[in-house]
Design a protein around this ligand. Structure first.
Ligand SMILES: *[C@@H]1O[C@H](CO)[C@@H](O)[C@H](O)[C@H]1NC(C)=O
Ligand SMILES: *[C@@H]1O[C@H](CO)[C@@H](O)[C@H](O)[C@H]1NC(C)=O
Length: 455
């Protein structure tokens, strides 16, 4: 290839020769008479012109070539630059990963300390049962720690940027980050569950506190405006299991009025248990005084006593529920919308027995309505409607006997031969018949609103 300077020099040289020729031609034109034919010199001129043009073209071409080379050079430079930039951004990405890992670690540490705090609080407020549950939840934390440790070791393998194939993002690292994120989510869920539990307990405690400061007198329960009634005897004991669902092991101290004596009752949730039978430990074939005051063990088998039953059911309208269980484990219910007992002067009659709640399921059927209105009878106090007998003696127990009865809840407990115990056993005619002595009976009452009572 000819160098551009040479080409230019050549072009200039040719131009000079052309100029010389032009001068010679001009003189010949000045004397048109001299020679009409074209002088041979002018053929050279033509050749030279031609040559000049070609050299000019060559020079232009060369210029183009040079230009193109420059462009290619520039592009190469740009390419190198952009490659460098790409490398930079890849490095930045790597750094970013590192930071994300660090922040994950940080979050993990935070949630761990939150869990520890919560555990501490829970240990204070709750017993070991909750703590055990918490420990299960905390095992997630340990798993998370393991994963995080392996993630931590991973970046060192990849720390020096692998060659330039860096677009190839480490997949296993991403997987581990995903796993870590999943674990964090599940831990967050566990924490929320624990928080909800703590919240519920706090609510229960607050409710309890409020109730003990602003109790509604039992005879006003369900009446309009009762809730707004001002607090009376501050910090006095409860009047019903319904208000004190957080009783201590099911036993609660009640005081119905400020003047009356307080007494203990057994609670089953909202219900006040008035009779519990599940063994032959306590004999129910007893006299009037025992039935008046009550007997047995509140934590086992017992009868609450007619005095208390009268006090309770005359202080507030109650509903009655009886739960039966036979020796095959079948459970059945009998419920009555209202229930009340008269005073001793009246011989503690079953003075109020409301609608039988047939909707309770499984239903034991109605074997008490026959007794409604009957006075109470014991083996030493015959107040029944049997003209020539003492139902209490015949049935070996006590109760609101009519012309005897369709049930005998306070009858004899039969551990053996319960299926053929006869009328002296604990029977409920519509459940297993008059001959079958049941394994368990529990009588319970619960205050209701007046609107419910009217139904
Ligand atoms: C770069 O990649 C090549 C092949 O992909 C590999 O043999 C080499 O060890 C790598 N270098 C570094 C520093 O990772
Ligand atoms: C009834 O007696 C059984 C057996 O003694 C006892 O386990 C249960 O707690 C008692 N129930 C109530 C409500 O007192």
């Amino acid at each position: 290839m000819m160098c551009p300077a040479q080409l230019k020099a050549m072009a200039i040289g040719i131009a000079c020769i052309l100029a010389a020729i032009c001068v010679c031609e001009g003189s010949s034109l000045a004397s048109p008479v001299s020679a009409p034919t074209t002088p041979p010199r002018c053929e050279y001129k033509e050749l030279m012109t031609n040559l000049h043009d070609r050299v000019g073209i060559l020079a232009t071409l060369d210029e183009d070539q040079r230009h193109r080379l420059e462009v290619i050079d520039k592009k190469l430079d740009q390419l190198v630059d952009s490659n460098a930039a790409r490398m930079e951004s890849l490095k930045a990405q790597q750094l970013n990963f590192q930071q994300r890992l660090d922040s994950f670690e940080h979050i993990q540490r935070l949630s761990r300390s939150t869990l520890d705090e919560l555990k501490g609080e829970t240990d204070l407020t709750l017993g070991p049962r909750r703590v055990r549950e918490l420990k299960q939840k905390l095992s997630n934390r340990r798993k998370m720690k393991d994963i995080s440790r392996s993630v931590r070791s991973a970046p060192q393998q990849y720390a020096p940027l692998p060659n330039s194939s860096a677009g190839n993002i480490d997949i296993s690292l991403t997987d581990r980050l995903d796993a870590l994120a999943t674990l964090l989510t599940s831990t967050a869920l566990s924490v929320r569950t624990v928080q909800e539990d703590v919240f519920k307990l706090t609510q229960a405690i607050n409710r309890q506190r409020r109730l003990s400061h602003r109790r509604v007198p039992p005879n006003l329960i369900g009446q309009p405006g009762a809730a707004a009634f001002p607090a009376y005897p501050r910090a006095s004991p409860a009047t019903s299991c319904l208000q004190y669902y957080l009783s201590v092991q099911g036993i609660l101290k009640l005081q119905l009025t400020p003047e009356s004596e307080s007494f203990y009752v057994a609670c089953d949730g909202d219900w006040t248990v008035i009779l519990n039978r599940s063994s032959d430990e306590i004999n129910f074939e007893r006299g009037w005084l025992d039935y008046k005051d009550g007997f047995g063990n509140l934590a086992g088998d017992f009868f609450i006593g007619l005095n208390k039953l009268h006090a309770l059911t005359s202080a507030a309208i109650h509903e009655l529920r009886i739960v039966f269980e036979d020796f095959d484990g079948h459970v059945a219910y009998a419920g009555y919308s209202t229930f009340a007992i008269g005073s001793e002067r009246e011989l503690y009659p079953l003075s109020l027995l409301g609608r039988f709640q047939s909707e309770l399921s499984p239903s034991a059927g109605d074997s008490l309505s026959y007794h409604a209105g009957a006075k109470f009878s014991t083996i030493d106090s015959d107040n029944d409607n049997c003209l020539d007998c003492s139902c209490a003696q015949r049935y070996k127990g006590a109760g609101w006997f009519n012309n005897c009865g369709t049930s005998n809840i306070m009858g004899q407990y039969h551990q053996q031969n319960y299926a053929k115990a006869g009328e002296s056993g604990i029977f409920w005619d519509t459940f297993q018949g008059k001959d079958y002595s049941l394994r368990r009976v529990r009588m319970m009452i619960r205050p209701i609103g007046e609107e419910e009572a009217r139904r």
